[in-house]
Design a protein around this ligand. Structure first.
Ligand code: SF4
Length: 375
């Protein structure tokens, strides 16, 4: 079983912090959709069937029309074997989610909506150059619920310049009041090549301190736990077991195929990624080729990914599977390095899996790097 990721590389405007590949000229969407369908057909043999998840990410997939989605679904459902209960997610921006648009989405095969809200504070939304207001974000969630979507995720950001722990708490309270099933919350990152990064370089924004970041992460964990969310991955929280199946398959090292410019794929041995250029991607696919770069994972890289992705989740690193896949030497290496963290209460062994404790989550990067193997 596998997943299909579809990268829709269009956004109406650019958010100040974002380094995902996207274009703001939307006049090529129709051509892109046709090219994407051609790519799916060309690469069909790469995907072990049945397909259990399909994820439309971006960019802003909610810039596509009903006809665009129908064209893509027609290709996927006619060419691939897709599980009856496959999770089919659409990433959407609140400003695109009008009542009419949500109604049409509900008639399509989508059964999960992931809404890029980021903040319920209008000053923060303006700072991030998001296109929606707090009121629009609340309205979008309610309209999706009224239309019958019962698996809704929202994205939030914390650690923004000038964001206080109090404002962050208000954001979380508003999120909990909306009664959504899933929340992803990410600390702001100053990615190179973004406008935000150049503001940082010029000294025009000041990052929050490490203490404030830690306090916000702690508030996040506690507030969502009090509101019945399970903390199942470092940045992800779900109610009633409604984990993101698509993203969980990444963390469990399962195979997936990424379609569209800049999309990544994994076949169990190699990581491959399409060229991050709509123009070059289109020309290549239309001439029957694929413009990709790839990396064959070494044994040590596979071990490192197994540790890293496992520890990120509440399921942890399955120690039997670790030994089965990587042998006694590497599993012994892992446990030996884990020992001091177990003594300090930062790691624990539960049901024969190595997991981060609540204290360990706060310094997860340091712990992971100690367990990884340097080639
Ligand atoms: S954050 Fe989302 S909407 Fe904003 S520019 Fe990036 S991909 Fe587009």
């Amino acid at each position: 079983m596998a997943g299909i990721y579809i990268h829709i590389p269009f956004c109406k405007t650019r958010c100040v912090y974002c380094d995902f590949y996207k274009e703001t000229d939307e006049s090529e969407i129709g051509t892109f959709v046709k090219t994407l369908c051609t790519e799916a057909i060309q690469r069909k043999s790469e995907v072990p069937e049945p397909v259990k998840t399909i994820y439309f990410g971006g960019g802003t997939p909610s810039r596509l029309s009903k006809q665009h989605f129908e064209e893509i679904f027609e290709t996927l459902f006619s060419r691939f074997s897709i599980e009856d209960d496959a999770e089919i997610t659409l990433e959407a921006n609140p400003d695109d989610l009008s009542e009419d648009y949500i109604q049409l989405l509900h008639k399509l095969p989508f059964n999960r909506i992931s809404i890029g809200i980021q903040s319920f504070n209008d000053d923060e939304l303006r700072f991030l150059s998001r296109r929606h207001s707090s009121r629009q974000a609340v309205e979008a969630v309610k309209l999706c619920q009224q239309a019958g979507f019962d698996n809704i995720s929202i994205d939030l950001m914390y650690g923004l310049p000038r964001q206080t722990p109090g404002i962050w708490k208000e954001n979380l309270q508003q999120a909990c009041e909306l009664n959504v099933q899933h929340i992803s919350a990410y600390h702001l990152i100053y990615e190179k090549q973004t406008k935000l990064y150049s503001l940082l370089q010029k000294g025009r924004v000041r990052p929050v301190t490490d203490e404030t970041s830690t306090e916000m992460f702690s508030t996040l964990i506690d507030t969502l736990a009090q509101n019945s969310f399970e903390h199942y991955e470092i940045s992800n929280f779900a109610k009633n077991g409604l984990y993101s199946k698509h993203n969980t398959s990444y963390w469990k090292n399962e195979k997936y195929m990424g379609l569209g410019p800049s999309a990544h794929s994994y076949d169990g041995e190699n990581r491959r990624w399409n060229m991050a250029s709509l123009e070059k991607y289109t020309a290549a696919i239309q001439s029957g080729k694929l413009l990709q770069e790839s990396e064959k994972l070494t044994f040590a890289q596979k071990y490192n990914e197994f540790i890293l992705t496992g520890l990120r989740t509440m399921w942890g690193v399955d120690l039997d599977l670790l030994e089965e896949r990587f042998g006694q030497e590497l599993s012994g290496y892992c446990l030996q390095n884990a020992r001091k963290f177990i003594r300090e209460g930062l790691l624990a062994i539960k049901d024969n899996s190595l997991i981060l404790t609540r204290e360990g989550i706060f310094i997860s990067d340091g712990i992971m790097s100690e367990l990884m193997r340097v080639e």
